[in-house]
Design a protein around this ligand. Sequence first.
Ligand SMILES: Nc1ncnc2c1ncn2[C@@H]1O[C@H](COP(=O)(O)OP(=O)(O)OP(=O)(O)O)[C@@H](O)[C@H]1O
Length: 236
Amino acid sequence: MAQLTCNNLTIGYDGKTVLKGLNFSVNSGDYLCIVGENGSGKSTLMKTILHLLAPLEGSVIIENKQHSGGIGYLPQQTVVQKDFPASVLEIVISGCLNRCGLRPYYSREEKQLSRENMEKMGISHLSKRCYRELSGGQQQRVLLARALCAAGKMLLLDEPVSGLDPKATAEMYELIQKLNEEGITIIMISHDIGTAVNYASHILHMGNPYFFGTKDEYLDSSIGKAFSTQDGGSKA
Ligand SMILES: Nc1ncnc2c1ncn2[C@@H]1O[C@H](COP(=O)(O)OP(=O)(O)OP(=O)(O)O)[C@@H](O)[C@H]1O
């Protein structure tokens, strides 16, 4: 069943179109990689899916939102965020804020959920450490644990390995794959087509024309062939 459907969706800012007429859907348990050149609209699409930006035309439908819980979001990290003066636990548990509603404290269940997600991400031993003193890879695990606290069944990840070294990158991809195997739907922006093709079940290649289909359909398509042979098949 489709968890997310974009119908004839036009995205952009202040009435200026970035990409027109997008049609695709994501089913529960899918792993969608969004690839495309700089400025092709990947982050704009993600913000539109999150309802942070209104569509210029068309619609974004998220099925059973009230039953499936929230959407976990891992934004692209900025320099300011890397310097955030809070403890790991404070950052992870802030992912539960939406669950609190008007209640001005975290419940026992929310504290337990934060502990479980830190455990999943292998960062329990860092819970009291200050976020800004951590390595880039550790910081991304903290933000992923935070996104998991907010997530029901869907995680949106905007270049989760940006700036990480090869070892931390591989570990991050393994963690994301494990979450997908546990049933969480993944929608991830990536600049790395090689990885997209390795891990994803579906590819959305932003551009005019855009491509949407399964990984195998992408590898068979002219756009997929052109990009997966370019630069040794790694960069979009
Ligand atoms: N806040 C904004 N206001 C107006 N235009 C914007 C804004 N943010 C992005 N844009 C424009 O929208 C277009 C798409 O940008 P977007 O960031 O979605 O691309 P992207 O594919 O995510 O790029 P990258 O790979 O560099 O992250 C670009 O032309 C960009 O200049």
